[in-house]
Design a binder for this molecule. Structure first.
Ligand code: ADP
Ligand code: MG
Ligand code: MG
Length: 247
């Protein structure tokens, strides 16, 4: 599904990714863990095509296509979802309006018709219910005044509505209390644990992995994958720290 080979990238002329190689097969959830500054968010931004993140070497294949030949909106239309650590606030636009526009613009680029208002409301209510979330929250402006937990619950509804082939979630667990963490774990499992989908879960701490069991865990250090293992590797990192594990 996602094949990253010898990826090198710079930010502001500074090399951050230094030959990162990683394959996430269809149907698998992989976690990337690593110390602050390792390049985890940079990887997510590079995959999303954020301006200022320059790929200097290597390749990424997404669902058989050259990812870097696709514009960011084409990556989304092809089924890539990115969740960032610091979600944007959009005053004046309700979460429902935002989700409806995101979904319909994706449908249009696939040659599909827009959902009607009624169809969209039904879909968003279904997804919110599946996640045990109060759909009323989605009438508020996007993320404005949302708690950390509310932002992430809303993002899970977004994930359910967009129904991507691959989700790349950057520190989706940071700052969450246990209830929100469980809700996010439940969201990822119910939406993305699927033989046709894949997930790249970027996390600094092991705790989210108590709720979403990854198939593989990778350690990112100085812009490279330095170790890979099963779910037990996350526990080892939690116990012994990154310096030990990367040695
Ligand atoms: P992580 O998510 O693993 O904590 P990041 O990908 O955010 O790491 O950052 C990796 C490195 O890139 C850090 O040394 C950081 O200071 C640097 N970096 C990130 N963004 C920029 C930027 N816009 N300009 C300069 N350096 C940056
Ligand atoms: Mg960081
Ligand atoms: Mg980061």
């Amino acid at each position: 599904m996602l094949k990253i080979e010898n990826l090198h990238a710079t930010v502001a002329g500074k090399p951050i990714l230094n030959g990162l190689t990683l394959t996430i097969p269809t149907g698998e959830i992989h976690a990337i863990m690593g110390p602050n500054g390792a390049g985890k968010s940079t990887l997510a931004y590079v995959l999303g095509g954020r301006p200022g993140y320059e790929v200097t070497e290597g390749s990424v294949t997404f669902d058989g296509q050259d990812l870097f030949a696709l514009e960011p909106h084409e990556r989304a239309a092809a089924g890539m979802f990115l969740g960032f650590q610091y979600p944007v606030e959009i005053p004046g636009v309700s979460y429902l309006q935002f989700l409806r526009e995101a979904l319909n613009s994706q449908r249009r680029s696939k040659g599909e018709k827009d959902l009607t208002g009624g169809e969209f409301i039904r879909l968003s209510k279904d997804k919110a219910a599946l996640l045990g979330m109060d759909a009323e929250m989605l009438k508020r402006p996007v993320n404005v005044g949302f708690s950390g937990g509310e932002k992430k619950r809303a993002e899970m509804v977004q994930l359910g509505i967009m129904d991507p082939k691959v989700a790349i979630l950057d520190e989706t667990d940071s700052g969450l209390d246990i209830d929100a963490l469980k809700a996010v774990g439940h969201g990822i499992n119910s939406i993305m644990r699927d033989p046709k989908k894949s997930v790249l879960l970027i996390t600094h701490y092991q705790r989210l992995l108590d709720y979403v069991t990854p198939d593989r865990v990778h350690v990112l250090s100085r812009g490279q994958i330095v170790r890979s293992g099963g779910p037990e590797l996350a526990h080892e990192l939690e116990r012994e720290g990154y310096a030990e594990a990367a040695a």
